[in-house]
Design a protein around this ligand. Structure first.
Ligand code: G3H
Ligand code: 13P
Ligand code: ZN
Length: 349
């Protein structure tokens, strides 16, 4: 299947009542791990690259690796998504390269750290939506600010500092016409999300449910959704790592989100942990080895295992064959003739 729009994947997920994992990549082995997991579980999948990933891998390498994935796995619906675009120009360059969806994260200023005003967020997001929809590309916006991150994108602090206000979410969706909306309900990027196992009162699931009730057609996105499993932390620490005790988002909370309109679930940290643990194990147990394949193969397999498990837990497993690709040109026609419009957005209160 050619690379398809994330909007198509999320529309199908809404019909089927499941969520789709969006997994971050920086290199070939991560793409391979995701595609093998998708094949193993027969899942549609979103592969996403951050600005950091684009800088690390270089755009052309990333794009051609994604084309290779689409060629090698024609049975898998696959989209290529820009994670946390920080400006119109970043989104524009991704679209010109061939990404089939972009996130314009206008919740932060272009520095990726300072919270932006509501008006600034609306202005830049609407500009990206106009540009992207004309070209058949879908757009994710963000309202509210996530917590974290140790490095990279994020305002820092706890995930509860800038949770999403449902009235603002509705106004934002109405003013921008985004296809999907990332909301802040207490999660953070990175490994250090919670210092004890979070219960229902820590994550603001009531907010999520309220937003979905009022915006039933706008697909919700949960960022910072790694579960930071203890077994993956233990492998790293057993082989010389120094992770501090930490908790991630329990899978049951993500599943509750999926029952209430979450269609895209962003996971990066769990895969980073799996890869690092597998590599540390080889280094510790076989210090004589120096062929990168000796540690990259188990690293790739460890990531595949995590991704396949998440695909099953999010419910996307088994759905790869449900539908045919809609071309990006036809998506552009759908935006132009209004058939892909999410309006009227707002359900009666
Ligand atoms: O949003 C955060 C993702 O985990 C990507 O992280 O910016 O370090 O590539 P990164
Ligand atoms: P994690 O750090 O929880 O994996 O979140 C990743 C993410 O939200 C990418 O946008
Ligand atoms: Zn994120």
């Amino acid at each position: 299947m050619p690379l398809v729009s994330t909007r198509q994947l999320l529309d199908e997920a809404a019909k089927g009542g499941y969520g789709v994992g969006a997994f971050n990549v920086n290199d070939m082995e991560q793409i391979q791990a995701i595609m093998e997991a998708a094949k193993e579980t027969n899942s549609p999948v979103i592969i996403q690259a951050s600005r950091g990933a684009r800088a690390f891998a270089q755009d052309n390498y990333l794009y051609h690796l994604m084309l290779a994935a689409a060629e090698l796995y024609p049975q898998i619906p696959l989209s290529m998504h820009l994670d946390h675009g920080n400006s119109f120009e970043t989104c524009e360059s991704a679209i010109k390269l061939g990404f089939t969806s972009v996130m314009m994260d206008g919740s932060l200023k272009p520095d990726g750290k300072t919270p932006a005003t509501f008006e600034e967020n609306v202005e830049v997001t609407r500009k990206v939506v106009d540009y992207a929809h004309e070209r058949g590309i879908s757009v994710e916006g963000e309202i509210g600010v996530l917590g974290g991150i140790e490095d990279g994108h994020g305002a820092g602090g706890s995930g509860l500092e800038h949770v999403t206000d449902p009235d603002q979410a509705v106004e934002f969706a109405e003013l921008t016409g985004v296809d999907s909306l990332a909301i802040a309900i207490g999660t953070s990027h990175g490994a250090y999300k919670f210092s004890k196992k979070p219960d229902g009162s820590v994550l603001k699931m009531d907010l999520l449910i309220a937003i979905h009730k009022r915006l039933p057609k706008t697909h919700l996105v949960m960022h910072g959704s790694s579960s930071v499993p203890k077994d993956l932390q233990d492998i790293i620490n057993q082989y010389g790592g120094k992770l501090k005790e930490t908790w991630g988002v329990p899978v049951e909370e993500i599943q509750l989100g999926i029952k209430n309109g979450v269609r895209k679930v962003n996971v990066d940290t769990d895969n980073r942990l799996a890869i690092t643990g597998a590599i540390r194990k080889v280094f510790a147990e076989s210090p004589e080895k120096f062929d990168p394949r000796d540690y990259m193969k188990p690293a790739r397999a460890a990531m595949q295992k995590v991704v396949a498990l998440r695909m099953t837990q999010f419910g996307q497993a088994g759905h790869a064959g449900d539908y045919k690709a809609i071309s990006i040109a036809d998506m552009a026609k759908g935006y132009a003739n209004g058939s892909l419009s999410t309006k009227p957005l707002v359900a009666a209160k």
